[in-house]
Design a protein around this ligand. Structure first.
Ligand code: C5P
Length: 222
């Protein structure tokens, strides 16, 4: 399958920013556009995979030709990933999962009363770490947005979360990061930096990453 190196493979990609409810009309989210995850899902599709995109809040257009599952919170995303995890060959966690959520989710709208109000937050489940604990055959790919010590932080994340690959973007580099159409990344595996892709369209990063995933799966079976 020269043009379709992912034929017969199941790929799960998460994308977008999770939405964590405070009350029925208010929430916490982030600036993620979902572009990187959507580009990866499209690349996997084009390389022949059976793709499920688990999308939280995205501002970019959702792709055709892939199964799209919409979720809101980190908790929903965890459930959606885990329901499909055992059947997957590749799991890519490109979503910007909120690290914290309101400790209580109110069922009625909060009233304006005090001059100062404290909102108590608690940690969300770490979906990638949970996937790392659960994985058997899956090639697990995580993302890291770093402003300093790119390599050390990426390698630490790879080990802590039991990932096979970490895609690290230097969010301080021009042409990288949120809501732009390009990115610049380094890819790390257990042995260290395995690729460095300078500023290029997110589509091209997606294709290179999915070709790399196809190679790694093939190597395991060789
Ligand atoms: O620990 P940090 O958030 O920097 O790790 C980033 C990676 O972990 C990303 O792949 C992100 O999707 C994933 N993540 C997750 N669940 C969280 C936080 C991060 O899956 N609660």
């Amino acid at each position: 399958a020269g043009g379709h190196p992912l034929a017969g493979r199941r790929v799960i990609v998460t994308a977008g920013g999770t939405v964590e409810r405070i009350d029925p009309v208010r929430y916490i989210t982030n600036d993620s556009s979902g572009k990187m995850g959507i580009a990866i899902a499209e690349a996997a599709r084009d390389l022949g995979a059976d793709v499920t995109l688990i999308a939280a809040r995205v501002t970019a257009e959702l792709p055709a030709g892939v199964e799209v599952v919409r979720v809101e919170s980190a908790e929903d995303m965890l459930r959606a990933v885990m329901e499909r995890f055992d059947a997957a060959d590749v799991v890519v966690k490109a979503a910007a999962v909120a690290d914290y959520r309101p400790a209580v989710r109110r069922t009625s709208k909060m009233k304006k009363k005090e001059d100062r109000l404290t909102l108590e937050l608690e940690k969300t489940p770490d979906i990638l770490a949970e996937a790392g604990r659960r994985k058997t055959k899956q090639l697990l790919i995580g993302f890291a947005a770093e402003t300093d010590d790119l390599e050390a932080n990426a390698m630490d994340k790879l080990r802590r979360k039991n990932c096979d690959l970490i895609v690290a973007n230097d969010v301080t580099a021009p042409g990288a990061g949120f809501d732009v159409d390009t990115n610049a990344v380094s890819v790390f595996d257990a042995a260290g930096r395995t690729a460095e892709w300078k500023v290029m369209p997110k589509q091209e990063i997606g294709l290179r990453l999915m070709r790399l995933a196809a190679e790694r799966l093939a190597d395991r079976e060789a």
